[in-house]
Design a binder for this molecule. Structure first.
Ligand code: PSV
Ligand code: MN
Length: 399
């Protein structure tokens, strides 16, 4: 192919994936957060749902790629369905829609020994009622996914029946699934440990897959990239979930040690590239519905800056994976031409797509450099001024 044509086709490939790629931001990523050792509050952190929507709207204005914001029911709709009207008004005001609805099964005192896997049927009922209300919230807001993470587990061997708890979870999730409507999905997230340290009831993708399949056809698995044992081959898990048509979505973040909640791609961008390659290798019917979401809470870095960086990095890595010549790669793989296959794969990873992505932004009327535009706009200074007092109050009430 002549050089000009090759350049043009590279641009077309990247532009066509960028036109389709959308990534959801989490409401909780704009609020103050901490570790169990302390919390460093930020003047600019969002203190209300109104401020979270404003920040999400600004990220979408800058990137054009994050038109939805994930909501955590207890934190963002503390009055349940009674808060739906308020969310609708915020959607209109800030030009971003409610995305995944995240029930909270981990903060109430009654969940000390579990929520949907609690041996006490009355507690399981409380959890189910909350899940049913979350389904209702999702339906009223026209949001597709209810995304559940179950923190249940135990800390000492012999203290709980691992197998009986599976049956209890099956029952609750089956009842929840039965309440969903056409167009709604139930995404089941897994995590190997924390807060439980001996056994976690939904610890890995096999357990999540079983529960999803048992619950019904609208249930799928959610992969949080931070929720794996070190060294786990996440792209292989993704390939398997795609193969069995059970991949519902992602919570992206990066990690060095455990569930560190670092900016996606900051530690291992090659891993995210490899995940995107598996997605782009699968039939569109299995990938069109994937919900790409960010799940990060930044304790040290500015929240707005981190979110813009994350969206931009995800776009760049997706674009790089789109460059892989998959027909040639398949041929090289079939002929076991290992070095050529690997070099072809690596070549796309090392391609600098930033000029093409910038050109795409310009063509779509978006800021060419979203992070620079954020700095220039003075948005962070302005919100910091308005919110500093309330955030300082959060320090004293914390101490
Ligand atoms: C748990 O670690 C998790 O990844 C779940 O997705 C929660 O909803 C989220 O973080 C926020 O705490
Ligand atoms: Mn998560």
């Amino acid at each position: 192919m002549p050089k000009n044509e090759a350049v043009q086709s590279k641009q077309e490939q990247v532009w066509s994936v960028l036109d389709r790629f959308r990534i959801e931001v989490p409401s909780w990523g704009f609020a103050n957060t901490g570790t169990r050792f302390g919390k460093f509050v930020q003047d600019a952190a969002a203190t209300t749902i109104e401020e979270k929507f404003a920040d999400a709207g600004e990220v979408n204005r800058l990137t054009g790629a994050s038109p939805t914001v994930a909501l955590h029911v207890l934190w963002d709709l503390p009055n349940g369905t009674a808060d739906v009207e308020k969310i609708r008004a915020l959607e209109k005001e800030h030009g971003v829609k409610a995305g995944s609805i995240n029930p909270n099964l981990f903060q109430s005192q009654e969940y000390k020994f579990g929520s949907i896997a609690n041996p006490n049927a009355a507690v399981r009922k409380v959890a189910l009622d909350h899940l049913l209300e979350s389904v209702e919230i999702g339906r009223s807001l026209g949001s597709k996914d209810i995304s559940i993470w179950v923190s249940d587990g135990s800390n000492y061997p012999g203290t709980q029946s691992i197998s009986r708890r599976i049956g209890w979870m099956e029952e609750v999730l089956g009842a929840m699934h039965a309440a969903t409507s056409e167009g709604q999905r139930l995404l089941i997230e897994y995590k190997p440990f924390e807060p439980a340290f001996y056994h976690t009831d939904i610890a890995d993708w096999g357990m999540a897959l079983h529960l999803a399949q048992k619950a019904g056809p609208r249930a799928k698995v959610l992969v949080d990239t931070g929720h794996h044992a070190p060294g786990a081959n996440i792209e292989q898990i993704v390939a398997w979930l795609l193969y069995v048509d059970a991949l519902g979505g992602f919570h992206f973040n990066d990690r060095k040690y455990a569930d560190d909640d670092l900016t996606l791609g900051s530690i291992d961008p090659y891993q995210l590239f490899r995940i995107f390659h598996e997605i782009l290798s699968a039939p569109a019917a299995k990938t069109d519905g994937i919900a790409y979401m960010i799940d990060q809470s930044h304790n040290l870095k500015g929240k707005m800056e981190a979110m813009v960086q994350s969206v931009v990095t995800a776009q760049e890595l997706f674009a790089r994976a789109a460059l892989i010549d998959r027909d040639t790669l398949a041929k090289l793989q079939d002929e076991c031409r290992l070095v050529e296959a690997e070099e072809l794969f690596r070549d796309s990873f090392w391609s600098d797509v930033r000029p093409v992505v910038r050109a795409w932004r310009e063509a779509r009327g978006l800021p060419v450099d979203p992070l620079q535009e954020l700095q220039k706009s003075g948005y962070v200074e302005q919100i910091a001024k308005g919110r500093a007092q309330r955030n300082k109050g959060a320090v004293s009430s914390y101490a």
